[in-house]
Design a protein around this ligand. Structure first.
Ligand code: PXP
Length: 244
């Protein structure tokens, strides 16, 4: 069991609120610095093709001012590869992206995307960026991630979080089995999407999962209790589930 489970705080939706009015408030970089104070282990930001939340300038400023590792979520496109290679963040998580979706709705199809992913993962790895692929908890996807040379997978927890109570144990079992498969084939395992105070415990309790990336719920909860308190409570629930 890896004792310490890292928390990556996704700050995209601070930028969503800023962009609703234009201008500079609230500033996602300020949120990132506050998240660091509250005990985040890393910051995650998704630079989407349509720039609907995080902007290029946000990435510039995060790279300049952040002492925590930055995990850049990006689509597997030449434009995003160029940006990632220019900035060389600590990590890059490759996600699928469709313009019409509200959020990242499914995992990356690493099986079908093999020919695109191989050179992209190779170029990022050569630049010293730790690459993860955001995939469904499906052994075939993990095998494909391994085959394209990614050292890390992030398991999509959306189906588990969205499932009705009766189906949730089934979705949890899929994630547990996928995390075991990741370990068996030598992949580091992260998880995220849709996690809340109610759903984080069973995922945090999976011993081989070493990082969770959480955004929307934390930013929403911050409206009521403040960002510091929302992150600290999530951190406490993760530690509790981990038996710390
Ligand atoms: N991990 C990945 C790869 C994501 O795309 C997202 C959403 O941007 C998250 C984690 C965080 O999901 P949420 O905002 O629902 O916590």
């Amino acid at each position: 069991m890896t004792d310490k489970l890292r928390l990556g705080v996704n700050i995209d939706h601070v930028a969503t609120i800023r962009n609703a009015r234009g201008g500079v408030h609230p500033d996602p970089v300020r949120a990132a610095l506050a998240a660091a104070e509250a005990g985040a282990d890393g910051i995650t930001a998704h630079l989407r093709e349509d720039r609907r939340h995080i902007s290029d300038d946000d990435i510039d400023r995060l790279m300049d001012s952040l002492s925590l590792p930055l995990n850049l979520e990006m689509a597997a496109t030449p434009e995003m590869l160029e940006i990632a290679l220019r900035h060389r963040p600590h990590a890059a998580c490759i996600v699928p992206e469709r313009r019409e979706e509200r959020t990242t709705e499914g995992g990356l199809d690493a099986v079908r995307g093999r020919d695109t992913l191989c050179p992209l993962v190779g170029a990022l790895a050569e630049a010293g960026v730790r690459v993860s692929l955001f995939v469904e908890p499906d052994p075939a996807q993990l095998d494909a991630a391994k085959a394209v040379g990614a050292p890390v997978v992030e398991l999509h927890t959306g189906a588990y979080c969205d499932a009705a109570a009766l189906r949730r144990p089934h979705e949890l079992q899929r994630i547990i089995a996928a995390a075991a498969h990741a370990e068996a084939i030598g992949l580091e395992c992260h998880a995220g999407h849709g996690l809340t105070y109610d759903t984080v415990g069973p995922i945090a309790a999976i011993p081989t999962v070493v990082e969770l990336n959480i955004g929307h719920f934390l930013i929403g909860e911050a409206i009521f209790v403040g960002l510091d308190a929302s992150i600290r409570r999530m951190r406490a629930l993760m530690d509790q589930a981990r038996g710390r």
